[in-house]
Design a protein around this ligand. Structure first.
Ligand code: ASP
Length: 451
């Protein structure tokens, strides 16, 4: 790989960043500001305002209309209107009318769902390439799927071979093709994955993910007023927070960049001067003990009690076996001397509760089983908590002061997270309390000492 190739930046622009001509002008200014932004991954035009519809959703609607033998004209006009509105205002020439007509014919001829969904990116990619005077690479050529919609590692070689040592390229996000050449798409929001794969393939110095927020927030803004942006976070911390509901990137987008040690920078197209959030492999502790706090409801706790459980070899395995046999994955298993609790999300539990209780009875004959519905889990995450005395004390005394009853506690052995279970109505107050307890005037070491 040449030096120049190593110094490139892959910049992915999400749906709101490419929703209108005005947004695309901002994109062009951002791209042109740094010559290293050589590989651009656009989404399909998203919502231009809150009541708008994403082009991908319009395309999926057209697909369903055809499948139900309904006329598509109105919806198709909307789609054409969106694309022509953008291209005309920008004055770009890319034979948009011809490409749109090809897609329309394909749709009427019964093209499958993935193909139809992906055309938003494919068409928008052509507009963006014309606007930036960049080379357009059809993602079907370089993003390959093997069976089960898994990314074929061959994609890395194909991208490397296709992207030259100089010049600018546009690779539309969200789709690729299987080994028979059929178009396949990632799950919704999948342009993030395309960007990450391209960054990994090209060993980019950075994967920039441009969106409409100035980074990942320390807490959910619908719960905490004006939470601070996280300046830097490790991949592992991000995983813990996203698992508990903090969302900024497609779940699968972290792995390609992470495996190649490529930092991901979440940036705001509407405020390019903001540094955003850097997602990195390792970092120095920041100004606060915690990096963020996130939580979600929809959990059930099943508590088993049996006298002398601690002496019964194989007890834990038999309990977990019940879940394995029913194909249910569980979240946590905090235990006492004669008790063990299994925390499972309602999505995973489905309607299997009766069966679980029945099988549990047969497997371990507990003295007592309790089921607690309507539980919420909250993860307080931060590598800064590692080896610091007093973090847990601060967290639990804050929760006690605001009257939140903590029903379950689990601290990962890495000491980078403390997970608590509370009743769903306590979710928001608990998150607010934890956030307040660790910010803002807090500084590392205040009230705590390092071990
Ligand atoms: N356009 C696709 C969606 O709306 C993919 C993406 O934007 O990343 O999900």
């Amino acid at each position: 790989m040449t030096q120049q190739t190593n110094e490139l930046i892959v910049a992915k622009f999400g749906g709101t960043s490419v929703a209108t001509a005005e947004q695309l002008r901002k994109v062009a200014a951002i791209v042109e500001q740094d010559d290293r932004r050589r590989v651009i991954v656009p989404s399909a035009p998203g919502k231009a305002h809150a009541d708008d519809t994403k082009v991908t959703d319009l395309l999926l609607l057209v697909h369903d209309l055809v499948a139900n033998k309904q006329p598509i004209d109105n919806t198709w006009q909307d789609i054409c209107g969106r694309f022509h509105g953008i291209a005309d205002a920008l004055g770009v020439a890319c034979d948009l009318a011809g490409h749109l007509e090809t897609v329309r014919q394909d749709i009427l001829n019964g093209a499958d769902r993935d193909y139809v969904a992906s055309r938003g990116e494919a068409l928008n990619g052509r507009i963006v390439a014309a606007l930036l005077d960049a080379e357009y690479i059809d993602a079907a050529e370089v993003i390959k799927f093997s069976s089960g919609r898994r990314l074929d590692p061959l994609s890395y070689d194909l991208i490397q071979q296709r992207v030259g040592p100089s010049g600018r390229y546009v690779i539309p996000g969200f789709y690729g093709s299987d080994n028979q050449g059929h178009i396949k798409a990632f799950s919704r929001g999948g342009s993030d994955v395309t960007g990450s794969v391209a960054a990994a393939a090209l060993l980019a110095i950075r994967y920039e993910n441009w969106t409409d927020v100035s980074g990942l927030l320390m807490a959910n803004p619908t719960i905490v007023k004006d939470p601070m942006v996280i300046p830097e976070i490790t991949y592992r911390e991000l995983r813990e927070l996203s698992y508990m509901g903090a969302s900024v990137l497609h779940e699968e987008a972290v792995f390609p960049a992470r495996n190649h040690g490529i930092p991901i920078n979440i940036r705001n197209t509407n405020r390019p001067e903001d540094p955003g959030t850097m997602i990195v492999s390792d970092r120095e502790p920041g100004p606060y003990l915690i990096t963020g706090v996130a939580g979600r409801g929809g959990f059930t706790i099943i508590l088993l009690e049996k006298a002398m459980m601690n002496t019964e070899v194989g007890f834990g395995r038999r309990v977990l076996d019940v879940f394995e046999r029913l194909g249910i994955s569980y979240e946590h298993t905090p235990s006492g001397i004669d008790t063990v609790s299994i925390v499972v999300s309602d999505d995973n539990l489905g309607d299997n509760l009766e069966q679980v209780l029945h099988d549990m009875q047969a497997a371990v004959q507990p003295d007592h089983i309790e089921v607690h519905h309507g539980m919420a889990m909250i993860a307080t995450v931060g590598m800064g908590m590692n080896r610091r005395v007093g973090t847990a004390a601060r967290l639990f005394s804050a929760l006690a002061t605001c009257g939140v009853n903590v029903r379950m506690i689990d601290q990962g052995s890495s000491e980078q997270n403390i997970i608590i279970g509370v009743e769903e109505p306590d979710l928001a107050p608990a998150i607010r309390t934890i956030y307040d307890a660790f910010t803002p005037e807090d500084a590392p070491g205040v009230g705590v000492s390092e071990m």
